[in-house]
Write a new protein. Structure first.
Length: 261
């Protein structure tokens, strides 16, 4: 796990975007895992700028979303499919149908989940998975207690997540769907490179548990300690509880220039 502590959200977005630009230029058919939430938004804005400057093209790339609310009005602006469309997909040159997400309005949700895992496999697997982290340590919507081998499935959101996400629903927790479809921890662990972005003091405890805590389903993101290639990009507030912060800074400052993220 490479932990990089950077001064600002904008420095994080720059570095994360450079990894995406390098990947897609080296492999134009790359498969990208897209996350929702506020954490990746600055990164998406940077990617759009790189696209506008002709430094990246998604024309041959594919993307898979991490998760989706169940039963949300298809036109709702907070439906994750619509968020991804607004924040990135419609602003770059993905081919029609190249960005997929779990279908939270499918008649048969279990079948939709299975088909989604299958579609990821058939695409060749995710080359770079962008991740955020919930304040309770969830990744995608894998709440505490999630099995480490879980696949895409229906989950019930915790009250904490509902409270956290109420800000996207007019600060009304009642308006937040309680069910979601999410890639499982086992699904996410199959990505070739996981790039997790966390900023702000509200993430400090979850980051501490993920990076330096014991691996436990109580803090689902801690499974990333077993992932062969994880990059964790943090601002100083999110890194505040890390015991080895000085080492992470030292290691990054002395990183050989030939070694990519
Ligand atoms: C949401 C999403 C996650 C996201 C997390 C953090 O519930 N399902 O994919 O990483 O919560 O969100 P934010 O980046 O807005 O803090």
């Amino acid at each position: 796990m490479e932990v990089v502590i950077l001064p600002s959200e904008s420095a994080i977005a720059d570095l994360a975007a450079s990894a995406l630009v390098a990947l897609v230029n080296a492999k134009p058919t790359a498969v990208i895992g897209l996350a929702t939430g506020s954490s990746p938004l600055a990164l998406y804005r940077r990617l759009i700028q790189h696209y506008q400057a002709s430094e990246i093209s998604f024309a041959q790339a594919k993307a898979f979303m991490l998760d989706e609310y169940v039963g949300i009005d298809p036109a709702h602006p907070e439906r994750y499919r619509n968020v991804i469309e607004t924040e990135i997909a419609s602003q770059v040159d993905f081919a029609p149908g190249a960005v997929q997400g779990p279908d939270g309005n499918a008649a048969d949700l279990a079948a939709a989940c299975q088909a989604y895992d299958q579609a990821i496999k058939q695409s060749g697997g995710i080359d770079l998975q962008i991740l955020g982290i919930g304040s309770d340590g969830h990744i995608a919507f894998n709440e505490p207690g999630s099995s480490f081998t879980s696949r895409t499935r229906l989950v019930v959101l915790t009250e904490q997540t509902i409270a956290d996400n109420a800000r996207f629903f007019g600060n009304d927790p009642e308006a937040v769907p309680i069910f979601a479809l999410t890639q499982g921890l086992g699904t996410i662990m199959e990505s070739r490179h996981a790039l997790l972005v966390a900023t702000g003091a509200g993430k400090a405890q979850a980051v501490k548990q993920m990076v330096e805590g014991g691996v436990s389903a109580m803090w689902p993101a801690s499974i990333l300690q077993f992932h062969p290639h994880v990059t964790v990009l943090l601002d100083p507030a999110a890194a505040a509880q890390l015991e080895l912060a000085d080492y992470y800074k030292h290691a990054f400052a002395n990183k050989p220039s030939w070694q990519a993220l």
